[in-house]
Design a protein around this ligand. Structure first.
Ligand code: PLP
Length: 222
């Protein structure tokens, strides 16, 4: 990133927003700016450009990035897009406005408990492991309905939609199409898919939210 992150990030942001509205037609598209492992200067640059919706994949880092900035900038909205351990549920509920990575009954129960304790309801997305990868977070498509019922009926969690991260090295299109289909069949309005390399494709295939990091902020710190 050159010496003027402010201008650079504002330019990239408007290019991405333009590409998204071209790809999505008339549908509204939300750009979740993924600020994980980005410098304070770059995060502030995005805020100066008027951006307010951000994604983080670790609770601790999100607290570092956002606990002060939330007070400084009006209207900041934060999504958790990384795996959540049950022992961090309370911190996550306290900080985030949406949790995109609900993927197991134990986590749904921990979130319910945390929401009761804090008196704060946080809407969730269910993460679907569309590639059915061994090591990957997310519920398998076959397990989606059971988890959806458990989260809603047993835990009273507001589930707004679905999220996926396609397998690395595979064309993303079929995974995006599958996630969109799973959401539509269940009347779930929110579909979070697409990252820096494929957000336009995701938008064309029905995403309502894309999660873009490096294409907006530049290369992440190690
Ligand atoms: C890091 C991350 C992104 C953004 O990745 P880029 O390729 O930098 O856009 C999106 N989604 C999730 C879940 C991530 O962890």
């Amino acid at each position: 990133m050159p010496d003027n992150p402010e201008k650079e990030i504002a330019q990239r942001r408007s290019q991405i927003l333009k590409a998204l509205s071209a790809a999505a037609g008339d549908r509204p598209m939300a750009l979740v700016a993924v600020s994980k492992r980005q410098s304070p200067e770059r995060i502030d640059a995005a805020l100066s450009a008027g951006h307010r919706l951000f994604g983080e994949n670790r609770v601790q880092e999100a607290i570092e990035h956002w606990s002060d900035r939330r007070g400084q900038y009006r209207g900041v909205e934060l999504h958790l897009i990384g795996p959540l351990q049950t022992n961090k549920a309370e911190e996550a509920v306290a900080l985030f406005d949406m949790i995109e990575t609900l993927d197991r009954p134990k986590l749904a129960r921990a979130l319910r408990k945390a929401m009761d304790k804090l008196g704060r309801e946080v809407p969730c997305l269910i993460q679907v492991n569309t590639g059915e990868e061994e090591q990957k977070a997310g519920v398998s498509p076959d397990g989606l309905d059971d988890l959806l019922v458990l989260a809603r009926s047993e835990c009273g969690i507001r589930v707004d939609g679905l999220m996926c991260i396609p397998p690395v090295g595979e064309p993303a299109g079929p995974h995006f199409a599958l996630l969109k289909k799973l959401a539509s069949e269940r009347g779930l309005p929110v579909v979070s898919m697409g990252m820096s390399g494929d957000y336009e494709l995701a938008a064309r295939l029905g995403a309502t939210h894309v999660r873009v990091g490096s294409a907006l902020f530049g290369t992440r710190q190690a």
